[in-house]
Design a protein around this ligand. Structure first.
Ligand SMILES: Nc1ncnc2c1ncn2[C@@H]1O[C@H](COP(=O)(O)OP(=O)(O)OP(=O)(O)O)[C@@H](O)[C@H]1O
Length: 256
């Protein structure tokens, strides 16, 4: 197994719940959480609704800043305000691919935006990259001229993957992005993700309630409860011998 290249240290996010005259405000704290990521692995994050899985995803994609904690990349600390690091290296695949696309803008232009903001490629080089990204997910360069409504759900998910991969990231977060797909489409998208992971040594963070999917795709698992990590380890050993009560309950209750 390859070595750890990203380490998340004591990451914490606090949400202040405003008090109303009829209700006392209750603050929510996610963390502190500490874990590492290895090249080419898939780490599953599981937990009940509200346990903090998506908060971790949003923090890692720099959609929000943590209140404390830090991240190291190959041993070097990265500042959360370094948006270019996060944009380039850690990308999210959205749950609802169709809704995450702007209906009024052609796909090619939507794929071009991250290239304009995060690379020094000129217009011609950007076009080459857009074409190769579309091909990589089984679509055609002609699709760059289409609008989102002209795609099926499966094709829209492929565009979501192309958009996540267009900056050649090291980490891709898949936050419940596979669950809404019907089984045959899901199988196609999973095969595509596995192929791309092999080709590009991608590291996936998989957030899902789907136990079979987690077992099939993941190398390691991290179990969250009430904002904290209560168990983490290799998928085979955690499934064979869950230690924490929450893990035991989740492994029995998650959707088969
Ligand atoms: N912007 C916000 N403002 C206030 N509280 C928030 C905010 N975002 C998340 N929370 C709270 O933080 C906690 C964790 O939410 P989060 O969405 O990370 O959970 P989750 O494990 O992803 O849940 P689910 O499986 O339902 O997506 C919840 O109590 C939620 O209400």
């Amino acid at each position: 197994m390859s070595v750890e290249f990203i380490r998340i240290n004591e990451l914490t996010k606090c949400y202040k719940d405003k008090a109303h005259w009829f209700k006392k405000g209750k603050d929510v704290t996610i963390g502190p959480v500490t874990f590492g990521l290895k090249k080419g692995e898939t780490l599953a994050i599981v937990g009940d609704a509200g346990s903090g899985k998506s908060t971790i995803a949003r923090l890692l994609a720099a959609a929000e800043a943590p209140d404390s904690g830090y991240l190291t990349h190959n041993g070097v600390a990265v500042d959360w305000s370094d948006t270019s690091f996060f944009c380039k290296n850690i990308r999210l695949i959205f749950q609802d691919a169709q809704k995450s696309l702007n209906p009024t803008i052609k796909i090619g232009e939507q794929l071009e935006q991250p290239l304009i903001f995060n690379t020094k490629l000129d217009a011609e080089e950007r076009q080459v990259k857009i074409n190769s990204s579309l091909r990589m997910v089984g679509l055609l360069p002609e699709h760059a001229e289409y609008y989102p409504h002209m795609f099926s759900g499966g094709q829209a998910q492929r565009i979501g993957i192309a958009r996540a991969l267009i900056l050649d990231p090291e980490v891709v977060i898949i936050d419940e992005a596979l669950s809404p797909l019907d089984p045959s489409l899901r199988a196609q998208v999973i095969n595509l993700l596995l192929e791309l992971q092999q080709q590009h040594q991608l590291t996936y963070i998989l957030i899902s309630h789907h136990i079979t999917l987690i077992k099939y795709l993941s190398d390691r698992i991290l179990v969250m409860d009430d904002g904290k990590i209560v168990e983490q380890g290799e998928i085979t050993s955690v499934f064979a011998n869950p230690v924490h009560d929450k893990t035991k309950k989740l492994l029995h209750s998650l959707d088969m």
